[in-house]
Design a protein around this ligand. Structure first.
Ligand SMILES: NC(=O)c1ccc[n+]([C@@H]2O[C@H](COP(=O)([O-])OP(=O)(O)OC[C@H]3O[C@@H](n4cnc5c(N)ncnc54)[C@H](OP(=O)(O)O)[C@@H]3O)[C@@H](O)[C@H]2O)c1
Length: 260
């Protein structure tokens, strides 16, 4: 074994340990979020310190997820690998929208966000991108793409469907907010016929698709974190709708049609 190979093995061992630690951290987080709603949007109590406009909050929070992967892509000369280029383009398709398009599509009347939460979200995204980036750096020579592998095919289909569902639902919600500037309405149409939070359902499908298509521990970790964040939040939104709108459709579930 050469010194370089030994170093690479040690690095990937450390990366795997750190990623497992981060994955396990998602579990107590989900438990806490079951009882305490993340304080933004309709659940913003105003008690979490200085507030920033939603647009600025989303821009600050999500921009590391565009910039860090771009830096890693350039560092590893990702364009020389088809696999790394495909992963990079899919990731950036999601995050350029989330960080640099979505915030400016939001209604100006969207609820403000605590600055602390925007910072916390930015730190979360930085950790997530560092784990993915370290994975790409550690395995750049062995990351490969088999277009016919079932996990890749299922993953890319789920990723694209999830992104479509997420953007469709976000567009409907943004439209509602722009229609009723001073408040909320019960959403209708699309997957809202079956669930209160198809935007979260789409996002969760998307990142489980990512985990499959990259077949990576950081990918799986991010999918589990997304579920840990958005599962409890979907439940909270759903309860809130039921309290606010007495004629809210009884059969509609929070996140999973017919189930939850
Ligand atoms: N990967 C992750 O871990 C993660 C974590 C969080 C969010 N996200 C993604 O980020 C996006 C935004 O999340 P979010 O939690 O802000 O979603 P959200 O609570 O559904 O709000 C989205 C926007 O629509 C408005 N809105 C929502 N429901 C409305 C209604 N019934 N009537 C009128 N306006 C309504 C909100 O206004 P207000 O702000 O005034 O409520 C906000 O501007 C989603 O696509 C989500 O999937 C991902």
């Amino acid at each position: 074994m050469t010194i370089e190979t030994a170093n690479a093995a040690a690095d990937s061992g450390l990366l795997s340990t750190l990623t497992w630690v981060w994955l396990i951290t998602a579990l107590p987080t989900a438990f806490c979020l079951w009882f305490i709603n993340a304080p933004y949007g309709r659940h913003n109590t105003g008690n979490w310190g200085p507030q920033v406009r939603a647009r600025l909050g989303w821009f600050l929070m999500e921009s590391p997820s565009v910039v860090i992967p771009l830096g890693v892509f350039i560092y590893v000369r990702g364009w020389e690998s088809t696999a790394i280029t495909v992963f990079f383009l899919l990731w950036q398709a999601h995050y350029i929208h989330r960080a640099w398009v979505y915030p400016f599509r939001l209604a100006r009347t969207s609820s403000p966000m605590p600055l602390a939460l925007a910072c916390f979200g930015g730190i979360f995204n930085t950790i997530n991108c560092c784990l993915h980036g370290a994975w790409v750096i550690a395995f750049r020579d062995s990351i490969d793409l088999d277009w016919t592998a079932p996990h890749f095919l299922c993953g890319i289909i789920l990723f694209i469907i999830g992104m479509g569902v997420n953007i469709d639902a976000c567009t409907r919600l943004i439209g509602l907010k722009k229609e009723k500037l001073d408040g909320y309405s019960a959403p209708q149409g699309g997957l809202f016929r079956w669930v209160s939070c198809p935007n979260y359902l789409g996002e969760i499908i998307e990142w489980f698709g990512w985990a499959l298509l990259t077949w990576s521990l950081p990918g799986l970790t991010f999918a589990i974190w997304t579920l840990a964040n958005l599962g409890p939040r979907a439940r909270a939104h759903h309860r809130w709708y039921r309290e606010q709108f007495p004629d809210y459709p009884a059969k509609r579930k929070a996140l999973l049609p017919g189930l939850f």
